[in-house]
Design a protein around this ligand. Structure first.
Ligand SMILES: Cc1cc2nc3c(=O)[nH]c(=O)nc-3n(C[C@H](O)[C@H](O)[C@H](O)COP(=O)(O)OP(=O)(O)OC[C@H]3O[C@@H](n4cnc5c(N)ncnc54)[C@H](O)[C@@H]3O)c2cc1C
Length: 425
């Protein structure tokens, strides 16, 4: 029997496996199972879909404590020195600078493939983690109320169907979580009439580690500075673009030939930014598209079951917070599980799991609601709203408001997890 069985080895589930992982072969470590459906993750193929995530400073601290941040640094991360927020081509923009809060960086931009590679390398070194991959969870056998000390799941793999049991099942199987459905946990959802196109571009000049959030009529347009890896482009850099457009526009945009697509793309950058970044060249092989969604599970816990990451909540990518919330879930649940385990408590009991839900629920809900309001406010041309957001941008330029906004974006508001460092275990 496993102590903890994690379903889903995406960035959140794999981070939890690492947080519970033991590289030192200690006698009292937890027995952890990680079930993942995608065989390519086990084979070390983390995809070149061009996706990158803005990693809040708070998330980088959690990864440092777990011991996986060095693996990401080694592969290449790009610090964000400034985040510039503007309302279309309105000349006044808010610049959030690292100097404003005396930090080395406001956060980092890390390609998802880099994050996954570092996490799976770490998992591979932990003696207490069994990776069950490729395999899919297909059923849950619920614990008997008040009696059973474990939960049983049915999985399907090349070996056929199998039953596994654990003291605690953690669902990290993404926004369409099968575990959440099997457990009959209801959700509150809102759909956006928007779709995000993600691609990577090479720039002629340096991005100077500045991230841009340009709000436009059809949706926000984000430019994230990536680490440079191109020796043929010594003065230039790479950026990841998250281009949110009205869903009706997407089929036309995706089908445009390279020249017309580039014209449309350049229009979204605006003249000033194009002048500073110079000529753009598209690096990605495909124009990948994702449909954003607002979703919040009505509960994160049941006896012997917890939801984390996108399985518990999803948010519009406009503020770059979805994965960061998931990493904060990881920090919280890992601290609670490890503490309960050391005290000899039952880690799957509802009393222990309530500590996780109480810790995380309001932070998650607050962030996804604020993100939703921001997206709706900025994707609207109604003149009163236009006037309101320009007042909002002016206020956000004032240092006290700016600092609150920065702490929010950096994931430094609220209780921070105190995970023991691997070296201290
Ligand atoms: C365009 C875009 C840009 C974004 N940018 C940012 C950003 O800048 N910053 C940020 O913080 N967030 C960002 N996000 C959000 C972020 O990508 C997600 O919040 C994050 O990837 C969620 O990770 P997860 O591990 O919870 O879920 P997932 O990444 O969905 O992983 C789920 C895993 O579970 C596995 N799985 C699924 N079902 C089963 C099953 N039945 N059995 C076994 N395994 C299963 C899957 O194969 C997968 O590996 C962005 C999202 C989008 C769409």
């Amino acid at each position: 029997m496993f102590d903890v069985l994690i379903v889903g080895g995406g960035m959140v589930g794999a981070s939890l496996a690492c947080a519970l992982g033991d590289k030192n072969n200690r006698s009292n470590s937890l027995k952890v199972g990680l079930i993942e459906a995608r065989a390519d993750l086990l084979q070390g193929q983390f995809g070149a879909d061009g996706r990158a995530s803005a990693v809040a400073l708070g998330s980088s601290h959690i990864w440092q404590n777990i011991g996986v941040w060095d693996g990401m640094l080694r592969r290449g991360v790009s610090p964000m020195h400034c985040i510039q927020i503007s309302d279309g081509d309105y000349p006044h923009s808010v610049k959030l600078r690292r100097e404003d809060i005396k930090q080395e960086a406001l956060g980092y931009v890390v390609e998802n493939a880099t994050t996954q590679a570092a996490l799976w390398e770490f998992i591979d070194r932990c003696h207490n983690i069994e990776v069950i991959c490729p395999a899919k969870i297909i059923d849950i056998v619920k614990p008997k109320i008040g009696s059973d000390k474990s939960i049983e799941v049915k999985i399907s793999s090349d070996l056929g169907d199998q039953f596994l049991s654990a003291k605690l099942l953690v669902a990290a199987d993404g926004g369409r979580s099968v575990v959440r459905s099997l457990a009959n946990i209801a959700t509150t959802q809102k759909h956006y009439d928007q779709t995000c196109i993600v691609l990577t571009v090479k720039t002629e000049h340096s991005h100077h580690n500045i991230a841009y959030e340009r709000f436009q009529n059809s949706g926000p347009f984000a430019i994230l500075p990536l680490p440079s890896n191109n020796q043929n482009n010594p003065n230039g850099d790479r950026c990841c673009i998250v281009w949110t457009a009205a869903t009706a526009e997407i089929p036309t945009l995706i089908e445009l030939d390279e020249d017309r697509f580039m014209q449309e793309l350049c229009q979204r950058f605006g003249a000033d930014l194009l002048a500073s970044l110079g000529k753009l060249t598209i690096e990605s092989k495909q124009r990948a598209s994702y449909v954003p969604q607002w979703m919040h599970a009505q509960t994160y816990i049941q006896p012997r079951l917890a939801l984390i990451g996108d399985a518990a909540h999803t948010t519009h990518p406009v503020a770059g917070q979805g994965m960061n919330l998931g990493i904060r879930d990881v920090g919280a649940i890992a601290e609670i599980i490890l503490t309960a385990h050391h005290k000899g408590e039952d880690i799957g009991s509802i009393d222990v799991l309530k500590r996780y839900q109480t810790w995380r629920r309001w932070d998650n809900l607050g962030v996804i609601m604020l993100t939703d309001i921001t997206n709706r406010l900025f994707s609207n041309q109604f003149f009163v709203l236009q006037w309101l957001r320009r007042i909002g941008l002016a206020l956000a330029s004032l240092l006290p408001f700016k600092r609150i906004l920065m702490h929010f974006m950096m994931g430094l508001i609220g209780r921070q997890p105190r995970l023991p460092k691997q070296a201290d275990l």
